[in-house]
Ligand binder design. Structure first.
Ligand code: ATP
Length: 281
C-alpha cells in the first residue's frame, strides 16, 4: 500500500478581486478570478506507525506545529479516517510567505488531496472543498484545481470556459503587508452594480482588459513601490500588471517567455526583490 507521496503545490494570482460586501463576522464577500501559476512548494507526505502529525519546513516565518495550515488539513482527514497512523509532512517553500500568492492554502489543499489518496478515504472534491473552506478561504480553489470565478468568501467556484496560457513575472518587494490590515483599512465603495465579467478569454490582451484588484486602494497609497513595480513591468513588455490578493506581490502577464525572462532579469539587476518567472497552469 502506498505510504508516501510528493506533491507540487502551485501559487495563485488574482486576475480580478472585487470586494462586494462585508459580513457581520468580519469576513468579506468577494468576486475573484483566480489562476494557478507553476511556482510550487514541494509537499512530501508520509504515513508512519507512530501516531501524531509532524510538520517540518525549516523557515522561521512558517510555523511547524498546529499553527501550520497543512497540519490542520492532516488532522481533519485523520479524524475522518479513524486511523491510528501518524503523518509526516515536509514542506519545501518556493512560494514567498504572506505575499498574496496563496502558498499556505495551496500546501493545505495538497495535504487534503494527498491524504485522501494515501488514507484511501475516497472523499469527493466537493467534500474536500467543504473541509478546505473551514481551514482557509483560498483552500477550495486549490482543491478545485482549475482557473475559476470564486464568489462568497472564495468557496463558490465556477470554472471559466476558456482562458489563454500566459507567462507570469512575480515581483515581491518583501514589504510587511498583513491581510488583516488591508481588509481593516478598506473603504467599501458603493456600487449599484458590479461590472459584468466574461467567462471566456481568447488571448492575454482580453484578460488584461479585466485586471483589477480593489485591495490596491489600501496598499498602493501606503506602499507606492507597488505601483512603481506595475509600471516597470508594463514598461518591460508586460501586457498588463496587477497586485495579487492582499499583496504585496505584483505580477506581470506576458505573451511570450523570452520577454518575461528578460523583464525579470532587468528588474533583478536593479532591485533586491524576490523575482520569479512562471507559467499559468
Ligand atoms: P493570505 O492572503 O491567506 O494571508 P498569503 O498567500 O498572503 O495568504 P501565506 O503564505 O499563505 O500568505 O501565509 C500566511 C500566514 O500563514 C503566514 O503568516 C504564515 O506564518 C502562516 N502559515 C501557516 N501555514 C503555512 C504554510 N504551510 N505556508 C506558509 N505560511 C503558512
Amino acid at each position: 500500500m502506498l505510504q508516501s507521496m510528493i506533491i507540487q503545490a502551485p501559487a495563485k494570482v488574482n486576475y480580478r478581486l472585487d470586494v462586494v460586501g462585508r459580513r457581520p463576522n468580519g469576513y468579506h464577500d468577494l468576486r475573484m478570478i483566480m489562476q494557478r501559476v507553476n511556482l510550487c512548494d514541494e509537499v512530501t507526505l508520509r504515513l508512519v506507525a507512530q501516531p501524531g502529525i509532524r510538520v517540518t519546513c525549516g523557515q522561521h516565518d512558517v510555523p511547524e506545529g498546529e499553527g501550520n495550515i497543512a497540519w490542520k488539513a492532516a488532522r481533519a482527514l485523520l479524524e475522518l479516517s479513524g486511523s491510528d497512523q501518524g503523518v509526516e509532512i515536509e514542506i519545501v517553500k518556493q512560494i514567498p510567505v504572506a505575499a498574496g500568492l496563496g502558498g499556505g492554502s495551496s500546501d493545505c489543499a495538497a495535504v487534503l488531496l494527498g491524504l485522501n489518496e494515501l488514507l484511501r478515504l475516497g472523499l469527493s472534491l466537493e467534500r474536500l472543498m467543504e473541509i478546505g473552506v473551514t481551514l482557509g478561504a483560498d483552500v477550495p480553489f486549490f482543491v478545485f484545481g482549475q482557473t475559476a470565478l470564486a464568489e462568497g468568501i472564495g468557496e463558490l467556484l465556477t470554472p471559466l470556459a476558456k482562458v489563454p496560457t500566459a507567462w507570469v513575472v512575480l515581483v515581491n518587494p518583501n514589504l510587511p503587508v498583513s491581510t488583516a490590515w488591508v481588509y481593516q483599512n478598506l473603504q467599501l465603495t458603493q456600487r449599484d452594480q458590479l461590472a459584468k465579467l466574461p467567462n471566456s478569454f481568447e488571448n492575454v490582451a482580453e484578460l488584461c482588459d479585466i485586471l483589477g484588484n480593489d485591495l490596491e486602494s489600501v496598499t498602493i497609497p501606503a506602499f507606492p513601490v507597488i505601483d512603481e513595480i506595475k509600471r516597470s513591468l508594463v514598461g518591460l513588455g508586460a501586457s498588463g500588471a496587477l497586485m495579487s490578493g492582499s499583496g504585496p506581490t505584483v505580477f506581470g502577464l506576458f505573451e511570450d517567455e523570452a520577454t518575461a525572462r528578460k523583464a525579470a532579469a532587468d528588474l533583478q539587476q536593479h532591485h533586491n526583490w524576490f523575482l520569479a518567472v512562471a507559467e499559468t497552469c
